[in-house]
Write a protein that binds this ligand. Structure first.
Ligand code: IVH
Length: 666
């Protein structure tokens, strides 16, 4: 193959992987592999610049910073949407449509999540991305072509296997940031001492407004398209047909978009989106309901600023005002002392909120939060409620400012804020509050999984000095438990049984249960693999050995070494072993029957949960993946298996029943 062919093959491969990742949501290579291919292409293009094309994946970055953005006129104005604040108003919207269209008929609607990002327009001429702009005032937008090119979900040229490219295609959609990426971005900014973004929308807007597209390229921007602009050389009869063709052309279309037969269907979709709002991976502020048929859209026409064939169905406010009745301090597992506002209970987005963390004194000062203040509360996308701001107009004359004391509210020990940190910590490891939280963590489901040991019981055990550290749990006898408040003999016996049962555990559960800072569930599993389940090797590992492990960085290595340097910790752990805790070695080399095998579970399993199935596979050296690809070795199909089953048949992947899977385990 000559160089030019090699370059073309690489480009096609990269574009295909992009398409699988962003459009089909079914990647078959890792990000690292993608980057390797991209670098390979970059090297070849550097040696042969004559073969560089504008739509090469390498051309997404590297443009020179602009002095200012130019402007772009929209061929067709980018309108906004009228709002429906209630189901009645959605019905009203439908009735008006029926009135305008005259005859009785069924109307198909398309219901889409209303993404909370920035509307943009992308222009493709003969299949090539030529320019892109913001909505601006609806008539004229800013030319942000270079910035849009950096977004990997936006195709630089159309895929034309199933549909040729039209002469002109204008696609509109939303640029946004996913909740997880938003958190990561803000964490990075905080670590670098940069100001954090208030919400994903602001982060997306700030990122698109960069004059240097190389900065935009570092931001985790996503894109979904949802509307047509001007079209030439192609014709669609419905919105759904347009969206499905966009997908074939390589555009990401939100998989949540649904077509329904009538307004009742649209209303149920709207309600369903509202209930799922907090579990969606991005923020939405409503639904958009659109008439599907383009001829009907045309007949209905537009008002001055919004079309008559679409409406935004707003969700119940996720913001409410209430009063701060008190501010108290709460002590966490790691000794962090956090101010918490006790609120007059208020329903926010369907959930009653009565506590909200104020994080630290700096935050209280910055927002000037006082006891008796009226505050605006919001449940953000990640569900944790927060104080947006104080409504100062409603501040009573006798509102009380709050100042944290430097004594732990629980044990009276000194509270200290380490240099460069915002969080105050109680330095007393024996502080009852810390002990309680540590025990709660130790017994939790994914740690030692001791059933029946709830918060109230742990409080009593610690207060009565029956339990001070983890090993004390294994010294408890039924009589001691039965003597506690609200404890029947039977339940005391059950708890002793659960404690007994927990003694047989695994390396990673035990390590996770210890609550070493920065060592979560995932890192615990990584450590189990790295030390082959050998706890004494782990306890005596030094920083170099730990850092040599993939996924263990200097911070984690340091906390682990410091943890074992404390004789008290070593003593407690050794006591646990002497009291009967055994770590099953589920990384036994001879048992790795699924080594390097990839499994996909689909449909519902009868004898185990998906999570348990995944754990079994992993404990035997295999991997459980969410999607079927050519790299899948086995698909385990339970009842009601659907698209993954079909895909497995298409790709010729071995399909097993749950029974056959269990036979393999024997
Ligand atoms: S359609 C004429 N669909 O909402 C209809 N808009 O108020 C044009 N938006 O500026 C828009 N998700 O930023 C449409 N699925 C969706 C949307 C959506 C979010 C935003 C968009 C637009 C605003 C209209």
């Amino acid at each position: 193959m000559n160089i030019q062919d090699t370059i073309n093959v690489l480009r096609k491969e990269l574009n295909d992987h992009n398409y699988r990742y962003y459009v089909l949501d079914d990647p078959i290579i890792s990000d690292a592999e993608y980057d390797r291919l991209l670098r390979e292409l970059q090297v070849l293009e550097n040696e042969h610049p004559e073969y560089i094309t504008a739509d090469s994946p390498t051309q997404r970055v590297g443009a020179r910073p602009l002095e200012a953005f130019g402007t772009i006129q929209h061929r067709i104005p980018m309108m906004s949407l009228a709002n429906a604040m209630s189901v009645d108003e959605i019905l009203n919207f439908h009735e008006q449509i029926m009135r305008r269209l005259g005859a009785e008929r069924q109307i198909e609607y398309v219901v889409e999540p209303k993404l909370d990002g920035l509307a943009v327009e992308l222009i493709y001429e003969n299949g090539q991305f030529v320019s892109g702009s913001t909505r601006g005032d609806g008539t004229t937008g800013e030319n942000i072509t270079q910035n849009l090119k950096t977004i990997r979900g936006i195709p630089l040229s159309l895929r034309t296997e199933s549909q040729p490219a039209p002469e002109l295609l204008e696609v509109r959609g939303e640029v946004f940031i996913r909740k997880n990426n938003f958190k990561k971005l803000n964490n990075q900014r905080e670590a670098a001492g940069e100001p954090v973004f208030a919400n994903p929308r602001n982060a997306a807007a700030g990122s698109l407004r960069q004059l240097d597209s190389n900065i935009t390229a570092t931001r985790p921007l996503s894109f979904f398209c949802y509307q047509a602009g001007a079209l030439e050389g192609v014709h669609f009869t419905s919105h759904m047909e347009f969206l499905s063709t966009l997908k074939d052309w390589g555009f990401p279309v939100n998989p949540e978009i649904k077509k329904v037969n009538n307004i009742d269907g649209a209303i149920s979709c709207h309600k369903e989106l509202e209930t799922r709002r907090n579990v969606l991976p991005y923020e939405i502020d409503g639904s958009v309901i659109k008439v599907n048929d383009y001829a009907l859209q045309e007949a209905l026409g537009v008002r001055s600023r919004s079309p008559r064939w679409a409406i935004a169905g707003k969700f119940k406010a996720q913001q409410e005002t209430t009063i701060i009745e008190n501010i108290v301090l709460s002590v966490g597992r790691t000794g962090a002392v956090t101010p918490v506002a006790k609120l007059r209970p208020v329903k926010v987005g369907g959930v009653i909120v009565s506590n909200v963390t104020l994080h630290n004194q700096d935050e209280i000062n910055r927002k000037d939060i006082r006891i008796d203040d009226t505050v605006l509360i919001q449940r953000a996308g990640d569900v944790i409620p927060q104080v947006v701001k104080v409504i100062t107009e409603k501040r009573p004359l006798n509102s009380r400012p709050f100042q944290m004391t430097n004594k732990c509210p629980e044990c009276g020990h000194e509270v200290h804020t380490p240099e460069g940190e915002a969080v105050a910590r109680c330095q007393n490891l024996s502080c009852a509050a810390q002990v309680k939280r540590r025990i709660e963590h130790f017994v939790s489901k994914n740690a030692m999984d001791i059933d029946g040991l709830g918060e109230k019981l742990i409080d009593q055990l610690v207060e009565k000095k029956l339990v001070h550290s983890f090993d004390d749990l294994y010294r408890l006898v039924a009589d001691q438990l039965a003597a506690l408040d609200r404890m029947a003999e039977k339940s005391a016996a059950n708890i002793i049984l659960a404690i007994e049962k927990s003694k047989q555990t695994t390396f990673h559960r035990f390590i996770y249960a210890l609550g070493i800072r920065n060592v979560g569930e995932h890192v615990s599993k990584v450590l189990e693999k790295a030390f082959d389940g050998d706890i004494s090797a782990f306890m005596s590992a030094n920083v170099e050995e730990l850092e040599a492990i993939d996924e263990v960085g200097p911070v984690v290595a340091d906390t682990i070494v410091k943890f074992w340097a404390d004789d008290e910790n070593v003593k407690v752990v050794n006591n646990c072993f002497n009291l009967g805790i055994t770590l099953e070695k589920n990384i036994n080399k001879t048992e790795q029957i699924f080594k390097d095998k990839t499994f996909v579970f689909t449909g519902s399993l009868e004898s185990m949960t998906r999570k348990e199935a995944k754990e079994i596979v992993e404990s035997l050296g295999g991997r459980a993946s969410a999607s079927v690809s050519t790299k899948t070795d086995y698909v385990i199909a339970g009842a009601g298996a659907g698209s993954k089953f079909k895909k497995a048949v298409e790709l010729g992947v071995t399909i097993l029943s749950e029974k056959e899977f269990q036979d393999m385990l024997k």
